[in-house]
Design a protein around this ligand. Structure first.
Ligand code: ZN
Length: 315
């Protein structure tokens, strides 16, 4: 069956074509318009629509690297359906290596947005009204915030069986069950009846080769499974499911060093790091509070007492 007429951002996108559109989000007071490129590849054959998006937090560039790689490997050219790539969502943050919008807002906390709201809210509104309604599936790529280094993982809502099935096909090292955050894009898309996978890998301001390879491999599995592209689904490991998670916090302030591999299983009381003062007077062991998998490590060299340093997960 041939692909039906499809309109995005007010423009007809012909079947069997590649179209690059601009999501026009704002006109700055300097008269500069701010445009975000949206790359749309349509097959002539009918099928679902998937959106791959990254850079919602502008400094989380691993996701930008994943989509770039997908485009370069031409994995976004579907044999059926439509693949939309939005590699740099928060283009302001991306330019300034910052998580937030210029108005200081976290774009992922203002959805579904408002046409008359803050700059970030206007942007969210455009996405919610002009792109989101036309897609069936979304993969949203993130990293840990700041120095928080996440093992490659998919986050899903505990009650969503269909999404869980897709997450398993993505085949990440970890699947973390986590509830929706109010006003996040994931929350809004779910309310609109869309299927969304949230990928997290690495930390902000890095292009991590292993994380990017993991993101590309998982995305390819999803694209093959949903019939967008030909290929083989690679299931290379048994995914670890995390049902409950808890942050372990710094017991002291000082220079922090983790001595455990991210993603590893640790036993209660095992030494997982050290906190020391700069004067050679104290060196405190950080020991695991309980048996768990470590799926995020704070890589910051200096911590304050109470800072989250290890994210521990149990099955
Ligand atoms: Zn993020």
């Amino acid at each position: 069956m041939l692909n039906k007429p499809f309109k995005l951002l007010g423009k007809e996108i012909p079947a069997g074509s590649k179209t690059v559109l601009d999501l026009e989000i704002a006109k700055l007071h300097t008269r500069t318009t701010v445009k975000v490129p949206v790359i749309i590849e349509r097959s002539i054959v009918d099928g679902p629509v998937i959106l791959l998006m990254a850079g919602l937090h502008g400094d989380e560039v691993n996701g930008v690297g994943i989509i770039r790689e997908i485009i370069q490997q031409k994995l976004n050219k579907p044999k059926a359906g439509t693949i939309i790539c939005l590699p740099v969502f928060n283009i302001f943050g991306y330019l300034f290596h910052s998580r937030e919008f210029p108005d200081g807002r976290d774009l992922n906390r203002v959805f579904p947005g408002n046409a008359n709201g803050s700059l970030a809210s206007q942007f969210a509104h455009q996405f919610t009204t002009e792109i989101a309604p036309y897609v069936d599936y979304v993969i949203d790529y993130h990293t840990g915030g700041g120095e928080r280094d996440n093992v490659s993982q998919i986050r899903i809502h505990p009650n969503e069986v269909d999404t869980l099935k897709l997450a398993e096909i993505f085949n990440p090292p970890f699947i973390i069950k986590s509830n929706y955050i109010s006003k996040s894009v994931r929350f809004t898309l779910n309310k609109m009846g869309k299927t969304i996978l949230l990928f997290e890998g690495g930390k902000a301001n890095e292009l991590n080769k292993e994380i990017i390879a993991e993101g590309v491999k998982g995305t390819k599995n999803i694209l093959v499974h949903l019939g967008f592209i030909d290929g083989e689904i690679q299931l290379k490991r048994e995914t670890i499911f995390i049902e409950n998670s808890k942050w372990q916090r710094a017991s002291h302030s000082g220079m922090f060093q983790a001595v455990v591999k991210n993603g590893s299983f640790i036993k209660k009381k095992e030494i997982i790091g050290y906190i020391q003062d700069p004067f050679g007077e104290f060196k405190k062991k950080v020991t695991a509070t309980h048996d768990a998998y470590i799926f995020c490590i704070n890589r910051t060299p200096i911590v304050n007492k109470g800072d989250a340093i290890f994210h521990l997960g149990t099955q």
